[in-house]
Design a protein around this ligand. Sequence first.
Ligand code: SF4
Ligand code: SF4
Length: 470
Amino acid sequence: MIIPVHEIEDDDSRVFNLYEKREKIYTRKIEGFYQLLRAFTGWPLLLGYFFIPWLTVNDHQAILFDLPLRQFHIFWLTFWPQDFSLLAWALVIAAFLLFFVTTLFGRVWCGYSCPQTVWTAIFMWMEQVAEGDRHQRINLDQAPWSVSKGFKRFAKHGMWLGFAALTGVTFISYFYGVKPLLIDAYNLQLPLAAVFWIGFFTAATYINAGWMREQVCMYMCPYARFQAAMFDSDTLIVSYDAKRGEARGPRKRSAEPAELGLGDCIDCTMCVQVCPTGIDIRNGLQHECINCAACVDACNGIMDKMGYDSGLISYTTEHQLAGNKWTWKRPKLIGYGLALIVMMALFASTLITRVPLELDVMRSRAQLYQEVAGGRIQNTYTVKVLNKDTVDGEYKLTVLGIDNLEWMPSRTIFVEAGGIAEIPMTVLVDTDSLGSVNTDIEFEVISLTGSARAVSESRFLGPVPAGKRL
Ligand code: SF4
Ligand code: SF4
């Protein structure tokens, strides 16, 4: 089937493009209570990101995703690929926590803690340092190229690239180890893969925080799209009180709005100028709004200067705007909260009862069984003992399931912290003790301190016992 394609024309028969052209946003710097609050959430995130790789816990980097050794160190805990179910649960809990917080506070994650927002804020600050305030940046963009303009552009992109590179190097240090990374880089021995990923994350940071900014939130982030599903009439949103603000219009400070038929909005557009996504909150809740409250701070400043009450734009709820009371007794909120409590309790108990020891047994496939001197039957196995603890361990191996079993080696096994011991084992039994050609047996490993035990099941094969038929 052929779908005909038509160009779309406006009333004057001019073809127009349905793709909206991006308009550059020149955000005005704003100070206020919520911007201070954002600094308190953004700075710990930034500092944590850059300094955690320099912390050492139990002789390893505080957070290290050691892919070659398949060990994931997170402070005092070490996880293995076998613990991936825990990671999956942690991600599910994080998702439910996000749903719960979003139902309660709206998109506060976006406005206060999302790395895209925090890094963009830093890049905006650098832009301001290099090119000046909003008006100076608008003028600079319109000005022809000159030495001064070139220098300012160079300074801005230099700072952006420097910070992006620092971000990229730090990100890779969570996988490579910060000290080995710096030593290998100094000796020009960094593997190509590490160089590639540093370059990739540097470029991604530079483009996302420097160039794309609000476009990431508006078009790339899936969270912005499905957040509406978590909102209800009592979710905290940034909202303009149209009843109080309209009709908007300029006036003298001394004027009485009611006499002029005006509301409290003086139409100064400060709320639009400070908005990092370039929207006008007076048009109602829009999916672009990241709940950063820059417009709240801007408008409160204007209200102060005008001698009006603050809160024309504020954190509020649909119910409160309609004159109703806020309530926490909402099915969605209670549902997310209960699910979160149950999952967190299960996760904590799994973590607390997690045994830092693993046993893996593989029967030799080369031979079903072997008859050895003394009429005995021998099976061979490869036994792997994985010490997932942060201290070295000594272990005792036992084989259970058939009377009079013997196994070699029967000595204790030493496994260093985070190490694996691979032991070829021989298990022997008298033919008379075998009741079947195929008997279930169990390997058990116990630490000498008695703090950890692991078991693994296997089979013991032998000939058809005398007097029995297959
Ligand atoms: S900052 Fe406040 S007063 Fe100024 S346009 Fe926005 S809502 Fe109106
Ligand atoms: S409308 Fe207000 S809260 Fe929403 S993104 Fe813009 S400045 Fe932030």
